[in-house]
Structures are given as C-alpha cells and as structure tokens.
Ligand binder design. Structure first.
Ligand SMILES: *[C@@H]1O[C@H](CO)[C@@H](O)[C@H](O)[C@H]1NC(C)=O
Ligand SMILES: *[C@@H]1O[C@H](CO)[C@@H](O)[C@H](O)[C@H]1NC(C)=O
Ligand SMILES: *[C@@H]1O[C@H](CO)[C@@H](O)[C@H](O)[C@H]1NC(C)=O
Ligand SMILES: [Ca+2]
Ligand SMILES: [Ca+2]
Ligand SMILES: [Zn+2]
Length: 319
C-alpha cells in the first residue's frame, strides 16, 4: 500500500472499494477512526515540515519576546496568512426525500458554519462554491468511490470536495486523504496508467447523518467534517500510530498519547511518564463531537505549511 486513506470509523476494519485497507483498527472494538499509518516516506516528509513550522513559530516567539510585545497566541495568529478554501459539496442520495439522504441546503450551510467556527482561530475559512445532488443507490451508501469521484470532483488540488452519502461501508463515519506531492506521486504510482489517481481521490467523504442536526449522536455536531478536514490539511491523530514512544503525531505541542480517547475523558493521561495530559479536546482525537474544541498552535501553523507545500505548489499537473 503506497497511499493511506484516513478513515473515521464507528467500528471494525475497513476495506474501501479501491482496495485500500486502513490498519490500526481492531475488529469489533469501537473505533471512531480507522487510522492509516502514514507511509515511511510520508512520515519523513511530514516530520520535516512539522520541524520547519515549529522553528518558524519559535523564531517569531523569540522575536516577540525581545520586542516585548505580543503574547505567543497573538504572534501565532498574526504570522499565519488567512486562507480561504473553496468547497464543492456533493450530496449522494437514494431519492429526493430527506430520509433518502437528500439534504436540505440549510443543513449544508450549517456544516460550513461549523467549519468556519472550528478553523477560525487557525485563520482558515471556507467558501461554499456549489452543491451537486446525485441520486444513485450505489453511491448513496458510499460504494464505488472511484466512480462517484471521477464523475463529481471539481476544482483544483487547492479546493476541497466534500461527499455526503447516507452511510458508508464498514461503519465508517468518514475518511480523507493526506496531501501528497501530487505530480511526483502520480508519476510514481501511476507509471502505466494503472494505480490510484490521487487528484481524483482527494477530498473528504462523510456520512450525512453526522452533519449538524443529523441523527448520528454523539457524532452529529459536524465535527466529523472538522476532523477529516484536519487530515486533508495533513494532520495526523493526536496519538499518531499509538504508544508512548516514537514520533507520535510529529506535533510537539500536543502531548504524547498512547491510544485514542473516546467520550470526553478530561484529565486522561495515557502516557503518565510523558509531559502533559492527553489532548482529549483536540479535533484530531476521537472524543465525542461536543468534547472537540481546539487545534494546538503548532497544528494551526502546520496546516498552513502543509497546504502551501503540497496544495499550492503543484507542478506539472493541471486538471
Ligand atoms: C434506496 O431506495 C430503495 C427503493 O427505491 C430501497 O429499496 C433501498 O433500501 C434504499 N436504500 C437506502 C440505503 O436507503
Ligand atoms: C453547480 O453544480 C450543478 C450540478 O452539478 C451544475 O449543474 C452547475 O453548473 C454548477 N454551477 C456552478 C456555478 O459551478
Ligand atoms: C450510479 O452508480 C453506478 C455504479 O457505480 C454507475 O455505474 C452509474 O453510472 C451511476 N449512475 C449515474 C447516473 O451516475
Ligand atoms: Ca505530539
Ligand atoms: Ca502524559
Ligand atoms: Zn481521523
């Protein structure tokens, strides 16, 4: 497996229609997310990028302290250049009734509002470009991923496509793809026109009942989208690939966490020998929607770096 799919699962192992299997989940356990492990190459690239973001942030902090002015929080915000991301929404329904997954536009606007609120402190905002509605009983249950994406994907690699089927295979809540060096990966992975087209697959797929006012409590406040879009911006889970040793999520201001936190376990300390309590309120953990409230300063800086590096500098690929 070259490319990992980032998946948010209610339970069980997942195998997507493209044959990508996310590892790290245990069958039968209640896992909010069927996490991929990044490929060794991705870990290397992402780790380098995270160090660069951190150095930049530290330099700014040092400078701010010298000039005696702003607080760390303020510097971090001031440093980031506001980015507006275009969103294309694709509703995959089984008919034209609400119970067929034919979402009301107001519910989609509410989801975009949640995203704008959750990402505002990161200086990232979202603008809804268009909504498409497709009635297809296969796509409405999240099957034939390559089929619906090759029909529906819009915009450039800088733009975010959100697909809302009624449900997903294997009890998934959603999944996304980490950004990649697009032209490089296509050349590598697709030498004779076979393999995955990472431009087409790029985007986020989410069960539509996880949207605000959806029925999938306690995951119905729209935070599945926030979490998955965090992956789309290159963030790993706060617990990385698990355990108290190793690189974790490669983000130095999130405490090392041994395993996902569920519910809202405030005060949890899964790695007592490592500094800090688990970041159970972090959008990149697995807590219930109403417990997820924040990104860390370095995660915010990192999302900008990854977006600039992977999404705004695509050479030789124009679709
Ligand atoms: C889709 O609609 C058909 C009837 O039109 C129905 O038999 C089927 O159960 C529906 N599927 C879902 C997932 O709602
Ligand atoms: C919006 O999407 C619909 C459905 O796919 C399409 O017919 C329409 O042309 C799109 N409009 C814009 C402005 O992209
Ligand atoms: C509906 O999905 C099927 C199966 O993926 C696909 O073959 C078909 O073209 C789709 N229909 C439409 C109208 O897009
Ligand atoms: Ca960390
Ligand atoms: Ca700890
Ligand atoms: Zn995830």
């Amino acid at each position: 497996m070259i490319f990992s799919k980032v998946a948010l699962a209610a339970a069980a192992m997942m195998a997507s229609s493209t044959g990508v299997v996310a590892k790290g989940t245990q069958p039968g356990s209640s896992n909010r997310c069927g996490t991929p492990h990044m490929t060794p190459e991705q870990v290397h690239n992402y780790n380098t990028l995270a160090s660069q973001s951190m150095n930049k942030l530290n330099a700014l902090k040092a400078n701010a302290q010298k000039t005696g002015g702003s607080s760390i929080q303020k510097v971090e915000i001031e440093d980031l250049q506001e980015k507006e991301i275009k969103i294309y929404v694709h509703v995959l329904a089984n008919g034209t009734k609400v119970e067929d997954g034919y979402l009301e536009e107001s519910q989609i606007h509410e989801q975009i509002s949640v995203l704008n609120a959750d990402f505002s402190s990161a200086k990232l905002s979202f603008r809804l470009q268009n909504i498409s509605y497709t009635i297809n009983s296969t796509w409405a249950v999240g099957d034939d991923e390559e089929g619906f994406k090759s029909h529906l994907r819009k915009g450039e690699y800088t733009d975010l496509n959100l697909y809302f089927p009624i449900t997903l295979p294997d009890s998934l809540l959603g999944y996304a793809y980490f950004p990649v060096f697009l032209s490089q990966d296509q050349a590598f992975n697709n030498p004779d026109g076979t393999g995955q087209d990472m431009f087409t697959l790029d985007g986020v797929v989410i069960r539509s009942d996880t949207l605000p006012f959806g029925t999938f409590a306690p995951f119905n406040l729209g935070r599945t989208a926030t979490h998955e879009i965090g992956h789309w911006f290159g963030l790993d889970h706060t617990f990385g690939s698990g355990g108290c040793e190793g690189k974790g999520d490669m983000i130095s201001d999130t405490p090392v966490e041994a395993s996902p936190a569920y519910g809202c376990q405030v005060g949890r300390d899964s790695c007592p020998n490592q500094e800090g309590l688990d970041a159970v309120h972090n959008f990149m953990d697995y807590s219930d929607d109403d417990c997820l409230t924040e990104f860390s300063p370095l995660q915010k800086a990192y999302m900008h770096s990854a977006y600039e590096t992977y999404r705004q500098n695509v050479y030789g690929v124009k679709k």
